[in-house]
Write a protein that binds this ligand. Structure first.
Ligand code: ZN
Length: 182
């Protein structure tokens, strides 16, 4: 009978095998993402307002996917660095080699004041995990200016904002986020 490697005990502890690899990427930043990143380095979050439907996209896409119209510098707006939590996930970090996280932590989608869409994968700080809720008002904790590295592709906030902490304001009502929950 051939050696069978597929019958390993499924109840056995997971084994880890360290394997270090390096990957170099060259990403050509588009002008919209570059301008967004420059504003982030300056401590501002910008977006584009669609000239047709008035929706504000932050980060800007350079177009409105609903109206299928381009947006540009003429449509540039600044949105607040505060908003509300629309959804979140608590993560328990697996302690693999190189893992820097030790404690459970939460990532949230944040609906910024003045924007019509959420920014995902945002770290919540200064709030107990069991006190996180939809409608929780939060504000950006900006990284020091020399550490604000934007996401090359303009999809997120990169390392410009290190986390979001509660503002202490009353929770936003469900009507403020009901169209933005997952
Ligand atoms: Zn539109």
């Amino acid at each position: 009978m051939a050696e069978d490697t597929a019958t390993e005990d499924p109840g056995a502890p997971v084994r880890f095998m360290p394997q270090l690899i390096g990957l170099d990427y060259t990403i050509k930043t588009n002008p919209v993402a570059a301008a967004f990143g420059a504003a982030l380095a300056d401590g501002r979050i910008t977006g584009h307002r669609c000239p047709s439907c008035q929706r504000v996209y932050a980060p800007p896409k350079g177009f409105c996917p609903i109206c299928v119209v381009p947006t540009g510098e003429a449509d540039l707006v600044e949105v607040a660095d505060r908003g509300l939590v629309t959804s979140w996930t608590v993560l328990t970090p697996i302690q693999y080699a190189g893992q820097k996280e030790r404690e459970d932590y939460a990532l949230a989608s944040i609906l910024l004041d003045g924007a019509d869409g959420t920014i995902g994968q945002q770290r919540l700080v200064d709030v107990p995990l069991d006190e996180i809720r939809m409608g929780l008002r939060v504000e950006a904790v900006w990284a020091p200016p020399d550490e604000r590295v934007a996401d090359d592709r303009g999809y997120g906030l990169g390392s410009a904002v290190s986390g979001w902490r509660p503002t202490g304001e009353p929770d936003a009502p469900p009507s403020a986020y009901q169209e933005h929950t997952l």
